[in-house]
Design a protein around this ligand. Structure first.
Ligand code: TMP
Length: 395
C-alpha cells in the first residue's frame, strides 16, 4: 500500500485544558492518582481531519472493565435493529459478517446465525464476555493486523465489515484499514457510523471531543483517508444517533452516489474541508462555556439546586472545560452499575442511582445525556417538568 497515514501530532487550533479520562469514574481512594492529559484539538489540512493530539493508549481505555454497554439504551437497541436490517439486505445466506468493536453483542444479536456467519471483535473483556453469554461469537482482541495471525480467519473472505462509534477510537487508522483490506472480498463493503463533524459544528456539541474520540470525521475526510488505500467512499447516510452521526459506505469500486456528492458539496459550503470552520467552532465553544457558567451561576444565586442526569463520557469534557464541580452540581444520576457510588472524572461529583434521583429532587437538572433526550424525557415526564431541564446545547 502506498499510504503514509499514521497519527502524527499536528498544531492544535484549540485546547480544552487539563482533562481526565472521559470514562474514568473513580473511588475517593483514587483521587490522588487520577490521570490527566492536555485535550488539544488539531486539524489536518491534508486530510480535512479533526483530531486530538494527546490521548491515552487504547489498552488504557478498552480493558477488563469498559463501563459502556451498548444495550443500556432502548433507543440504541432499536437503532441497531434498523442498522442490522440495512446490512441484512446486502447479505446472502452463508455470507460472512464481522463487527469491529462488537461490545455486548447488541448489533450482532439481530442476525440469524444459521444464515449469516457473524463474528464480533471486541477488545474489552467484560462486554465481550457478555456477548458470548448471549451466544454471539465474540473474540476478545483488538482489530488490527496481529489479529490475522492470532486467530484462524481466511483473508479476502468477508462480505461486510461493520462498526459503530468505533473507528474514531482507533489511533492507527493505517493498520486498521489495512486489516479491513486483508479481510474484505472482491465485492466486500466496509460500513460504519461515527459522530459527524458537521453536526458537532452546527450544535457546538464540543462534548463529543474526549480521549476516546481521537478523530471527528466528515465525508470529505473519510473520502480522502480511504482513497489512500485504494478504497472508496461511495455513499453516506446521516443518522440521528449521538446528536448527529454519519453512516459511511466504503467499497473497492469507485462509484459515488448523487446523494454523496450532495453531502460533499454541503461540506464545502460549511468549510468542513478547511480550518475556517474549526476556528468558528472554537469561538462558539468559548461563547457556550461563558453562557453555561452564567446560567448555572444565576440558578445558584437564586438559591436553586442542580443535579445532573446521565454520567456520560461527554459530561467529562463539559464539566472540566467549564470548571463546574460539586459546589454547583449536587450529584449526577445514572443507570450504569459500574458508575454508581463512584465520582465523576476530574470534578469528583458523586454518581448516584435513579432511586436517589427520585428521592433527592433538585430545582434544575442538567441533561448530560442530551442525545438520549427523547428516551429520557419520556421516562421522566412525571418527575421533572420541561422547564427544569437544561444543557449546554439547546434541548
Ligand atoms: P455515553 O453518552 O457515554 O454513551 O453514556 C450514556 C450514559 O447515560 C450511560 O452511563 C447510561 C446513561 N443513561 C442513563 O442513565 N439513563 C438513560 O435513560 C440513558 C438512555 C442513559
Amino acid at each position: 500500500m502506498k499510504c503514509k497515514i499514521t497519527k502524527s501530532i499536528i498544531k492544535p487550533f484549540m485546547s480544552f485544558g487539563k482533562m481526565p479520562l472521559a470514562n474514568g469514574f473513580l473511588s475517593e481512594k483514587d483521587f490522588k492518582k487520577e490521570f490527566f492529559y492536555n485535550l488539544e484539538v488539531g486539524f489536518s489540512k491534508k486530510l480535512s481531519l479533526l483530531q486530538i493530539n494527546e490521548h491515552p493508549k487504547p489498552t488504557q481505555m478498552f480493558n477488563k472493565s469498559y463501563p459502556f454497554f451498548t444495550g443500556s439504551s432502548k433507543f440504541m437497541q432499536i437503532h441497531f435493529q434498523n442498522y442490522a436490517n440495512f446490512i441484512n439486505k446486502k447479505l446472502k445466506i452463508g455470507s460472512n459478517l464481522i463487527e469491529i468493536g462488537s461490545n455486548d453483542g447488541t448489533f450482532l444479536s439481530n442476525f440469524d446465525e444459521k444464515k449469516i456467519n457473524v463474528l464480533g471483535i471486541e477488545p474489552s473483556k467484560n462486554v465481550s464476555d457478555l456477548a458470548r453469554k448471549k451466544g454471539i461469537k465474540s473474540i476478545n482482541k483488538f482489530f488490527n493486523k496481529d489479529l490475522l495471525n492470532s486467530i484462524k480467519i481466511n483473508k479476502h473472505n468477508t462480505d461486510i465489515i461493520t462498526a459503530a462509534n468505533v473507528i474514531c477510537h482507533v489511533p492507527n487508522l493505517k493498520n486498521l484499514i489495512e486489516t479491513i483490506d486483508s479481510l474484505l472480498n472482491k465485492n466486500g463493503k466496509f460500513i460504519f457510523e461515527e459522530p459527524y463533524m458537521g453536526s458537532m459544528f452546527k450544535k457546538t456539541s464540543y462534548d463529543q471531543i474526549y480521549d476516546e474520540h481521537i478523530y471527528m470525521f466528515s465525508c470529505t475526510s473519510i473520502k480522502k483517508i480511504f482513497r489512500l488505500f485504494d478504497l472508496y467512499l461511495v455513499d453516506a447516510i446521516p443518522q440521528i444517533t449521538h446528536g448527529g452521526s454519519m453512516r459511511y459506505i466504503i467499497s473497492r469500486k469507485k462509484n459515488e452516489t448523487v446523494n454523496l456528492n450532495r453531502i460533499l458539496d454541503q461540506e464545502k459550503k460549511m468549510n468542513l474541508d478547511n480550518l475556517q470552520s474549526c476556528l468558528e467552532f472554537k469561538k462558539n465553544c468559548e461563547i457556550s462555556k461563558y453562557k453555561l457558567n452564567k446560567k448555572i451561576n444565576d440558578f445558584l444565586k437564586r438559591g436553586k439546586t442542580i443535579s445532573g442526569y446521565a454520567a456520560t463520557s461527554k459530561s467529562t469534557t463539559i464539566l472540566n472545560y467549564c470548571n463546574i464541580g460539586k459546589d454547583k452540581i449536587n450529584y449526577i444520576c445514572d443507570t450504569t452499575k459500574d458508575k454508581i457510588n463512584k465520582f465523576s472524572p476530574g470534578k469528583h461529583i458523586p454518581i448516584k442511582d435513579m432511586k436517589y434521583f427520585r428521592n433527592n429532587k433538585t430545582d434544575f437538572v442538567f441533561l448530560f445525556g442530551w442525545n438520549h433526550k427523547k428516551e429520557i424525557f419520556k421516562k421522566e415526564k412525571k418527575f421533572i417538568k420541561k422547564n427544569q431541564w437544561f444543557s449546554h446545547i439547546t434541548l
